[in-house]
Design a protein around this ligand. Structure first.
Ligand SMILES: Nc1nc2c(c(=O)[nH]1)N[C@H]1C(S)=C(S)[C@@H](COP(=O)(O)O)O[C@H]1N2
Ligand SMILES: [Mo]
Length: 218
C-alpha cells in the first residue's frame, strides 16, 4: 500500500476506535434554542480541513452534478447550468464531530429546496444519498436535506470554495455534524431506502444531530 493509503487507513482505524469507545461524549443534553454551541464543542476561528487525504481536482469544465434516483425529472448539470440556477446566500455555523465549531459561515450557491423543485422526488422518497468525487458518500433524510438552510455551495465568505474545502462545490447541511456536508459533490441520489455512508458504516451516528451529541451509533 502507498504511504498515503496507509495514512488514510490509520486515520479511518482511529476514528472507528473513537466511535467504539464513545470518545468525546460529554453526556450533557444540549438545547438548540438556548445554546449556540452544542455540548462538547469548542469554538475555533480557523477552518480546519478534514477528509480522507484525497482532494480530487475537478476543473469546472470537467465538473458535472447528477441529480437522480426516484425523481420525475433527473438532471445532469454542467458548471454553467449549475451557476445559472437561482442563487441563495445563507449564514450558518459549522459543528464538526471532532469537536470544533466555526460560527457565521456565509455560503452562496443553489438551495436544496430549488433542487427539489427542479427534480421533483417521487412520493416514496425518504432519503438522500450524497456521492462525492473522492468516493465518499453520506446519507441524510429527505426532511433534513430539505431544510431552508441547506445548499450546494460554491462560495464561502465571499471566495470560491478552495479545493481542500470541497470546491468547486459541496453540500452544506448546517444543523448536523459536518461529516454530512459532502465536499466535491458529484451526485445527489433520491431513494426510498436508507444507504448509510462512509462514516455511518464505520460507527458514526446515522443522523448526527450535534445538540443530541449524536456522534456515534451506540
Ligand atoms: N467528499 C468528502 N466530503 C467530506 C469528507 C470527505 O472525506 N470527503 N469529510 C467530511 C468531514 S468528516 C468533515 S468534518 C467535513 C470537513 O470539511 P472541511 O474540510 O471543509 O472543514 O467534510 C465532510 N465532507
Ligand atoms: Mo468530521
Amino acid at each position: 500500500m502507498s504511504d498515503d493509503g496507509q495514512k488514510k487507513e490509520k486515520l479511518i482505524r482511529s476514528k472507528e476506535q473513537w466511535a467504539r469507545e464513545g470518545r468525546l461524549l460529554t453526556g450533557k443534553a444540549g438545547d438548540r434554542e438556548r445554546d449556540r454551541l452544542p455540548p462538547g464543542q469548542r469554538l475555533v476561528t480557523t477552518w480546519p480541513v478534514l477528509d480522507l487525504g484525497i482532494q480530487p481536482h475537478i476543473p469546472t469544465d470537467k465538473w458535472t452534478l447528477t441529480i437522480d434516483g426516484l425523481v420525475e425529472n433527473p438532471v445532469v448539470w454542467r458548471w454553467d447550468d449549475f451557476m445559472a440556477q437561482p442563487q441563495v446566500e445563507d449564514v450558518s455555523d459549522i459543528h464538526c464531530v471532532t469537536q470544533w465549531s466555526r460560527y457565521d459561515n456565509r455560503w452562496n450557491g443553489v438551495s436544496t429546496r430549488h433542487i427539489l423543485a427542479v427534480v421533483r422526488p417521487l412520493p416514496e422518497v425518504r432519503h438522500v444519498i450524497l456521492h462525492s468525487y473522492d468516493g465518499y458518500t453520506t446519507n441524510v433524510t429527505l426532511e433534513h436535506f430539505s431544510d431552508e438552510d441547506c445548499l450546494v455551495a460554491h462560495t464561502h465568505d465571499g471566495q470560491l470554495i478552495s479545493r481542500e474545502h470541497g470546491g468547486p462545490a459541496r453540500l452544506v447541511i448546517p444543523k448536523f455534524y459536518f461529516w454530512k456536508s459532502a465536499k466535491w459533490i458529484r451526485r445527489i441520489e433520491f431513494s426510498d431506502v436508507d444507504k448509510p455512508g462512509f462514516w455511518e458504516v464505520r460507527g458514526y451516528h446515522n443522523e448526527g444531530d450535534p445538540w443530541n451529541e449524536d456522534r456515534y451509533s451506540s
